[in-house]
Design a protein around this ligand. Structure first.
Ligand SMILES: Nc1ncnc2c1ncn2[C@@H]1O[C@H](COP(=O)(O)OP(=O)(O)OP(=O)(O)O)[C@@H](O)[C@H]1O
Ligand SMILES: O=P(O)(O)OC[C@@]1(O)O[C@H](CO)[C@@H](O)[C@@H]1O
Length: 304
């Protein structure tokens, strides 16, 4: 079974504003809301690809109930731990550009954390654990590394999508797949990365530190897959970007869906990139139909 873990789920409140004026009253031209949080997005895209998963993490209050109910309506299994305060509402403001305002989220007690630790300890050989999204400030910043240590010897494959230097400690615990974007990769090593050529040596370092597969997404500039057998560069399909929120999560879900269905890693990477682009070209997360349409447009070449 695939388990996605979202420590800080949200309602993503998407608002489109024409001629946004800071400091003025602005009227919203279009609004929508969805359950959010990176692991939750992965579960939703997996479901669309016909792959079951169970969503884990912490939810609280009316916002948490919304998230849980929405996932159930989509037929996604959940096993969330309830916390005392409301799950956060993250604002995704679409003007001429995209601006995100992500909340802090509720505090999580030691008892609630221990419940999640027990769930993680219960994973077994053949399971996949997706750890995606930021770690709330009330939790230890090395929690993902701790989870990896807990399941490493059990044959559980762990996928990690997080930003910040803490990812450096995570890779030492030998995750199966990690997906920093090029900015996040640069932050980890205190460098600026603009091109695939600049990204490759740093992706290689993550592999040397312990990750089995490293995907580096570079938004419209393509993506890289670094493996011990070589480096693969993918082009991205051309299209009009409507919403890039969740594009990275869609790449992770697309890769995973194809991989668990038996495709080799390079083909799974192609599906991942197509899924990321399909989300970027949609108002919401990608549909499977759109992913299928874009798969042939992703060109992959071996560059190292
Ligand atoms: N402008 C674009 N054109 C085509 N595809 C895109 C574009 N932006 C994003 N994508 C697709 O989405 C994937 C992930 O994008 P990106 O590198 O922005 O990830 P991310 O920063 O983790 O995303 P997010 O945090 O917004 O979910 C890319 O590899 C690509 O397939
Ligand atoms: O604050 P975090 O955990 O880093 O990111 C949360 C978030 O921005 O990530 C998802 C898109 O990737 C959204 O659904 C959600 O609002």
């Amino acid at each position: 079974m695939i388990y996605t873990c979202t420590l800080n789920p949200s309602i993503d409140y998407i608002v489109h504003v024409n001629n946004f004026q800071l400091g003025d009253l602005n009227r919203i031209s279009f609004e929508d809301k969805y359950p959010g949080g990176k692991g939750i997005n992965v579960s939703r895209v997996l479901k669309r690809a016909g792959v079951e998963s169970e969503a884990l993490g912490f939810v609280g209050g009316f916002t948490g109930t919304y998230v849980e109910d929405f996932l159930k309506t989509e037929g996604i299994a959940t096993n969330f731990i309830r916390v005392n305060n409301d799950s956060r509402i993250n604002i995704k403001l679409k003007t001429e550009s995209e601006t995100e305002l992500n909340g802090q989220g509720p505090e999580i007690t030691e008892k609630q954390l221990n419940e999640l630790v027990s769930q993680v300890e219960g994973l077994q050989d053949g399971d996949v654990l997706v750890l995606a999204g930021s770690i709330p400030s009330s939790l230890p910043s090395d929690l993902y590394a701790t989870f990896l240590k807990l399941v490493k010897e059990k044959g559980v494959k762990v996928v990690v999508d997080m930003s910040g230097k803490a990812l450096l400690d995570v890779v030492k615990q030998e995750p199966f797949f990690i997906k920093p974007n090029h900015h996040e990769l640069g932050e980890m090593f205190d460098v600026t990365i603009e091109t695939p050529e600049e990204a490759i040596p740093y992706g290689q370092k993550l592999l040397d530190l312990g990750a089995e597969y490293v995907a580096i997404s570079m938004a419209g500039k393509g993506a890289l897959l670094i493996t011990k057998d070589g480096v693969y560069q993918a082009s991205v399909p051309k299209g009009t970007v409507k919403n890039s929120v969740g594009a990275g999560d869609s790449l992770v879900a697309g890769f995973l869906s194809a991989y668990v269905q038996g495709r080799d890693v390079v083909e799974a990477f192609r599906v991942g990139v197509a899924s990321g682009s399909a989300t970027a070209f949609s108002l919401e997360l990608c549909t499977q139909e759109e992913v299928e349409r874009l798969i042939p447009e992703v060109e992959i070449k071996k560059v190292g």
